[in-house]
Ligand binder design. Structure first.
Ligand code: IPE
Ligand code: MG
Length: 223
């Protein structure tokens, strides 16, 4: 979800107004994904690098995320959505926010609809470092790809089919490094607060036109 700050700056508003405006995009796109039958929907809400932002913006983002959780968890629960988190629970994340995350996870644990994963204080490298550390702590002798997978923040999360990055930035920025090895990447010029369900549809359309070969020769060229 990128481009909130630029969206606000274009309107001579404080950057935080961009984050506030992005909430509507998030819930509209989540709703659209759910209606399409998407099973797993993950958003990058706060990265391990976002702590470098001005303290006021960091504080705003922490509180904003807490408010969103508090304000939306019941509605998501009523829609049979399962809420999960990936990321580091280090000391910088306020206790209260961690409690909110646990509440939302517990409330929706047994839901059977879409799984909505929020990457919070998440970094792809941090996830791999944490996985390796836990593998070592567990005295594992032989490491395979499955071993790594089992030690990720959410071993049950399938690799994403499609990753959409908004705001005209052509980078991965430390998102799901292990998981997106074979994901289709779609880059959109639209700033996140302007992103609407139609923009999700066009990203999915682009995805459907791709030929996924996973290193093989595929259907259109092979045989
Ligand atoms: C994304 O928008 C929101 C978060 C990272 C929390 P940005 O805040 O990165 O917006 P730009 O990139 O400065 O426009
Ligand atoms: Mg950005």
């Amino acid at each position: 979800m990128d481009g909130n700050g630029r969206w606000a700056e274009q309107r001579n508003l404080p950057r935080t107004e961009g984050h506030t405006a992005g909430e509507q995009s998030l819930f509209e796109v989540l709703d659209a994904a759910d209606a399409l039958g998407v099973g797993w929907f993950t958003v990058f809400a706060f990265s391990t690098e976002n702590w470098r932002r001005p303290v006021d913006e960091v504080r705003f983002l922490l509180e904003f995320n807490e408010e969103i959780l508090l304000g939306r968890q019941q509605e998501l629960h009523d829609r049979n959505i399962r809420i999960r988190f990936i990321g580091r629970r280090d000391r910088r994340v306020p206790r209260r926010l961690i409690r909110r995350m646990e509440e939302a996870t517990n409330l929706t644990r047994t839901n059977t609809g879409l799984t909505f994963t929020i990457a919070f204080n998440y970094g792809g490298r941090a996830e791999l470092v944490d996985a390796v550390q836990r593998i070592i702590d567990g005295n594992v002798r032989r490491v395979t790809e499955k071993t790594i997978k089992r030690h990720l923040y959410d071993p049950g999360m399938p690799d994403p089919d499609l990753v959409v990055r908004t705001s005209g930035e052509y980078r991965i920025s430390n998102f799901l490094l292990w998981e997106l090895a074979y994901s289709e990447l779609v880059f959109s010029e639209v700033l996140w607060p302007d992103f609407r369900r139609e923009n999700l549809y066009s990203a999915i359309k682009e995805y459907q036109d791709r030929d996924r070969r996973y290193g093989g020769v595929g259907e259109s060229t092979g045989r």
